[in-house]
Design a protein around this ligand. Structure first.
Ligand code: PMP
Length: 305
């Protein structure tokens, strides 16, 4: 449960209790909304910065465009609002959740004249899959749910209703005692986790499903590809099968919430040595350097408070 901190709602910061919506809000019924997940970290120099805030807000507006939601705020205004909220709530480290949804108006499916509401919430949130997971790795299962295909959803958009697919897969995995699920696409190729992209290490090279696959091509995924190539590691974007995961030397997941989480087991098969491998260790450490302002090459990724 997030801490009950004030929330930015439709242009102003309001107390937590006032950040509400009506039961007849269109998005509650039909799932047409868009959201983001962003993190702010306290840097090595003691200053706080939001990681890749502009890219997240650009994706938010792209998601709205795809979902035909007409937002009246610009990327710059949403950046400003997020920074103002973090300062107001005195948060040095936080998870930031912008949400755009359709409020009251028509109850027909098309929702042509409903009000467009925008909220930004922020609260402290530790490691998404648990602090131990970052060090020891997680146990995954292949989901019985297929990743929705590109003819049925917009894979590059974070549209709220699309997340039913992820919620069902995540709940199924957790109730079977796993940390997370891996979803395959309609052809059986590896797509992604319910809220993470996947990377595989085979013979010293790094592989990840291509951006054109049925995946959200995450901002963390792109960050890791960049820092891996800067470390002179080979990264290939290629279709991957479940078999390749089972026999890989290393597998790790990534996302804004999950950061860089090693995988120690998939469907009862130990992955590599069953612990965080050397490449996952290197990438994880480089990632934390980048988010904490300890990578001089990528200061542009940080928006300081
Ligand atoms: N895939 C899915 C389905 C997600 O929800 C997320 C989290 N936004 C990711 C991948 C990772 O994306 P990012 O690195 O941009 O957080």
């Amino acid at each position: 449960m997030p801490e009950k901190l004030p929330i930015w709602l439709d242009g102003e910061i309001v107390p937590y209790e006032k950040a509400t919506t009506h039961v007849l809000s269109h998005s509650l019924h039909y799932g047409v909304g868009a959201f983001e997940g962003i993190r702010a970290y306290k840097g090595v120099d003691g200053r706080s910065a939001v990681f890749r805030l502009r890219e997240h807000m650009e994706r938010l507006l792209d998601s709205c465009k795809v979902a035909l939601i007409d937002v009246s705020y610009t990327v710059d205004q949403l950046i400003e609002a997020s920074v103002a909220l973090l300062k107001h709530n005195r948060l040095a480290e936080a998870y930031i959740r912008p949400l755009v949804w359709l409020g009251e108006g028509s109850m027909g499916v098309a929702a042509v004249d409903n009000e467009v509401r925008v909220a930004i919430a922020a609260w402290p949130w530790g490691a998404y899959l648990g602090a131990e997971a970052l060090e020891k790795g997680v146990r995954l299962c292949t989901s019985s749910y297929e990743r929705i295909g590109i003819r049925s959803h917009h894979e590059k958009a974070k549209i709220t209703g699309q997340y039913v697919n992820s919620v069902l897969a995540k709940r199924e995995a957790m109730s079977a005692g796993f940390h997370e699920a891996i979803m395959l696409d309609s052809q059986g190729y590896v797509a992604e986790g319910t809220g993470e992209n996947l990377f595989v290490v085979m013979k010293g090279e790094i592989y990840t499903p291509p951006a054109g696959a049925s995946i959200l091509a995450g901002i963390t995924r792109e960050t890791l590809i960049t820092i891996a190539r800067e470390a002179e590691l080979t990264v290939r974007e290629e279709a991957l099968t479940r078999t390749q995961l089972y026999i890989a030397d290393e597998v790790f997941m990534c996302g804004t919430a999950a950061e860089v989480t090693p995988v120690r087991e998939i469907d009862g098969r130990k992955i590599g040595a069953g612990e965080r491998g050397p490449i996952a260790t290197r990438i994880q450490s480089d990632y934390f350097d980048a988010v904490r302002g300890n990578n001089p090459r990528h200061k542009e990724w940080l928006t300081y408070l």
